[in-house]
Design a protein around this ligand. Sequence first.
Ligand code: IMP
Length: 194
Amino acid sequence: MKIVFATNNAHKLSEIKDILGADFEVVSLKEIGCNVDIPETADTLEGNATIKAQYIYDNYHLNCFADDTGLEVEALGGEPGVCSARYDDTTDHDSDANMRKLLAKLGDNSNRKAHFRTIVSLIIDGKEQQFEGRVEGHIALQRSGNGGFGYDPIFVPEGYDKSFAELGEGIKNQISHRARAVKKLADYLKTHVG
Ligand code: IMP
C-alpha cells in the first residue's frame, strides 16, 4: 500500500520506512510533487498534525500521515510546546537560541520536569485518526553532548543520567516520543490496513 508521509525530512522518512517494512510504500512530499511549506497555524500539536495531513488528502486524494512534536516543560506551563521550533522568535529554527531562552526562563527552578510529545495524524479514505507518543524526563542545568538536534543537549530522559545528545541515536530511537508514536501508527496500519 502507498502512503504519503507529509515531510521532506530524510531522517524521519528512513525511520518510518524501517518500522513499517516492505508492505508499505512510504513516499515524501517531494515524491508526490508537493513543494509547499504547509502553514502550521494551529495552537496545538494535534491541530498542526491535522492541518498537514488534511492538506495532502484534500489536494492529492492520497492516504497520508503527518507529525508534529513539541517539548513541554511543566514549570513553564507547557512551553515551548507547539512553538518548539521557533521558541526564540527573534531567530528562525535556531536550536542554540531556543535552548538559551528555555534555560534562562527556567533559571534555577527546582521543578525541571518535561516531556517531548509527538502527535501523528493519519488519514485513510478521508477518515482521521491520531496517535501520541511521549517520553518523560527533565531539563538539565546546562547543555551536554554533541549528538541529536533541537533540544537534545538539555533533555535527560527518565531512567537515564545523560542527555539525548549524549545517549546517541541507538537509545534515542528506542525510547523517543517520535519512535513511540510511529510504532503505534505502524501497529495500526499493519493490523487494519496492510
Ligand atoms: P517537528 O514537529 O518534528 O518539526 O519538531 C518541532 C521542534 O521540536 C523541532 O524544531 C525541535 O526544536 C523540537 N524537537 C522535535 N523532536 C525533537 C527531538 O527528538 N529532540 C530535540 N528536539 C526535538
